[in-house]
Design a protein around this ligand. Structure first.
Ligand code: G1P
Length: 288
């Protein structure tokens, strides 16, 4: 199979989730029985990723450790006959090849993605923000890669309609042609004011990008929030190539805020054979 990279920026400080994220990166908070990063990598692998490029900040190495094999732990579990745990540990450590790159300063998502340039090289690649989990029959990244092949192997952005008043939290797409759920993008603005937004189509943290985005990012000045924005880098490609946005099917579940994380856990647990009894009958132990 072809080498296919997925870049996962995970260098953020997790400020929206403090104090939980004071010592533990938000990407390692558990959702049901697995940390967020594993859900993200499993989605990428399902979409055909062979190689994960983790963009980390110093001190967040535990995220990578979760994705690496752990022979001493595997040996111990084997000796103790803990088959189920052994399988789970092996699975997490062998999902994909993992390369770590470091973002020196928190200079924004565009700068984080640029850190992956040397590893990715000259191939199209996937990129996903692990703040949301994609659930549904077909994961969002898979739908994006299919759109990439459908639209001449160009850049693809995941889009979702959001209430107008919420658009300032997202990148916003201005589109000029619609084919089913695919929209041809003629403009992209990061975090516009609702009154200035050209649409209610928000960029949703899943991308297929082409390697020319790296030069575009090198030329991109800091934008919204004083940071180098990925949205601005992609916008620089407009005119030189076609960019499509896909209103993917299925849902994204927030795991980047305490309230979203809690809702996501409850929702996934209710749908899960193993965990649903725990949601409906909390195992409260009371002293008698
Ligand atoms: C990032 C992107 C933005 C996107 C959002 C949700 O913003 O810059 O374009 O709409 O993720 O995926 P952030 O949430 O990091 O501020």
């Amino acid at each position: 199979m072809d080498l296919r990279h997925c870049v996962i920026p995970a260098a953020g400080l997790g400020t929206r989730f403090l104090p939980a994220t004071k010592a533990v990166p938000k990407e390692l908070l558990p959702v049901l029985d697995r940390p967020v990063i594993q859900w993200a990598v499993e989605e990428a692998v399902a979409a055909g990723a062979t190689d994960i490029v983790l963009v980390l900040a110093e001190g967040k190495e535990a995220i990578a450790n979760h994705l690496l094999p752990d022979p001493p732990l595997e040996r111990l579990l084997e000796e103790r006959g803990k088959r189920r745990e052994l399988e789970a540990v092996r699975h997490a450590g062998h999902l994909a090849n993992v390369t770590v790159v470091y973002q020196a300063e928190p200079n924004g998502l565009g700068d984080a993605v640029l850190c992956a340039a040397d590893v990715v090289g000259e191939r199209p690649f996937m990129c996903m923000l692990p703040d949301d989990l994609s659930v549904g029959a077909k994961p969002a990244l898979t739908q994006l890669w299919e759109a990439h092949e459908r639209h001449g192997r160009g850049p693809i952005i995941a889009l979702m309609r959001v209430p107008r008043e919420d658009i300032s939290r997202y990148g916003c797409a201005d589109v000029d042609l619609t084919e089913g759920r695919d929209h041809h993008v003629r403009g992209l603005v990061e975090k516009p004011k609702p009154a200035d937004a050209k649409s209610d189509l928000a960029v949703m943290g899943r991308y297929v990008l082409t390697p020319d985005v790296f030069d575009a990012l090198r030329a991109t000045p800091p934008g919204a929030l004083g940071e180098v924005q990925l949205t601005d880098g992609i916008a620089r490609l407009i005119g030189s190539r076609d960019i499509w946005g896909v209103e993917f099917e299925g849902r994204l579940l927030d795991v980047g805020t305490p309230a979203g994380w809690l809702q996501t856990n409850l929702q996934l647990a209710s749908d899960d054979g193993e965990f649903s009894p725990a949601v409906h009958a909390a195992p409260v132990r009371e002293a008698v």
